[in-house]
Design a binder for this molecule. Structure first.
Ligand SMILES: [Zn+2]
Length: 223
C-alpha cells in the first residue's frame, strides 16, 4: 500500500500503526471512525498512506471488504479472476460504487444538518438493492450449523451487496440522526455521535480532537 522507500516508509508504517492502535484507521489504512460499514465506506475516498481515491480499483474494494470483515481471503481470490476475465465490468462496478458514495456523502451532509433524506437517493439505492438475489443456506460451524444469506448470482457487482445493505440498515437505524461531520476545518470525515452527552465534535480525539485542543491552548498562551 505504501509505495515510498526507506526512512519515509518506516515513518509512515509507524504512523499507520499508531493510528490503527488509536482506532482511527484499520491495518489497511481505511478510516474506521465511522464505526460501521456504511459510514466507513462514506469516508473511504481517503485512505492513509495512499494518494488519490481509497477505492479506485476493484483490488482496493476487495481489501476494504476483507478489512471490514465482509470477505474471506478465498472469496477475495475468486473475485480476482473477474479482473482478468472482464476488466470493463470491474471498472463499471467501481464507477457505480463511487457514484453511490458521492450520493451517500451528500445525504450524510444533509442528515448531519437535520435535513430530511432526499427521496431520489432512496429510489436509486432501491434500484441497486433490487439487483441482489439472495437465498438462505445452512452451513456447518463450531458445534452445529449457522443460517446464512448467500448471494444467488455471481459477478463483481455482488461485492457491492454488504455496503449497500449496510447503508439501507443505517438509514432505518437510530444512528442516522446521530451522524456528524468532524468539526476540524481540515477534515471531512463522518462519524456517528454515540457519546453519552452527545457532545462529540471530532472524528477522533487522538487526531483532530487533540489538534484542536493544542491549537486552543496555543491561542490562550498568545493572549
Ligand atoms: Zn477529523
Amino acid at each position: 500500500m505504501i509505495n515510498t522507500n526507506g526512512f519515509e516508509t518506516e515513518i509512515k508504517v509507524a504512523k499507520l500503526n499508531a493510528l490503527a492502535k488509536a482506532g482511527v484507521v484499520n491495518a489497511e489504512g481505511f478510516y474506521t471512525v465511522g464505526g460501521r460499514t456504511a459510514v466507513d465506506f462514506a469516508n473511504s475516498s481517503r485512505r492513509f498512506g495512499k494518494d488519490g481515491d481509497g477505492l479506485e480499483k476493484l483490488e482496493e474494494l476487495l481489501t476494504f471488504l476483507k478489512s471490514m470483515g465482509h470477505l474471506h481471503e478465498e472469496e477475495a481470490s475468486s473475485y480476482h479472476m473477474y479482473l482478468f476475465q472482464n476488466p470493463d465490468r470491474c471498472a463499471e462496478t467501481m464507477n457505480t460504487l463511487r457514484h453511490m458514495r458521492a450520493r451517500f456523502l451528500a445525504m450524510l451532509g444533509q442528515a448531519s444538518n437535520g435535513w430530511p433524506i432526499d427521496p431520489s437517493f432512496i429510489a436509486e439505492l432501491n434500484d441497486h438493492l433490487l439487483n441482489f438475489k439472495t437465498h438462505l443456506m445452512l452451513e456447518p460451524s463450531e458445534g452445529g450449523y449457522v443460517l446464512t444469506a448467500k448471494q444467488s448470482e455471481q459477478g463483481p457487482e455482488q461485492l457491492l451487496y454488504p455496503i449497500f445493505k449496510d447503508i439501507a440498515e443505517f438509514i432505518v437505524s437510530d444512528q442516522l440522526e446521530k451522524v456528524r461531520q468532524c468539526a476540524s476545518d481540515s477534515c471531512d470525515l463522518f462519524f456517528v455521535n454515540q457519546s453519552r452527552n452527545g457532545r462529540r465534535r471530532w472524528c477522533s480525539m487522538s487526531t483532530c480532537g487533540n489538534r484542536a485542543k493544542v491549537n486552543a491552548y496555543l491561542k490562550r498562551q498568545e493572549t
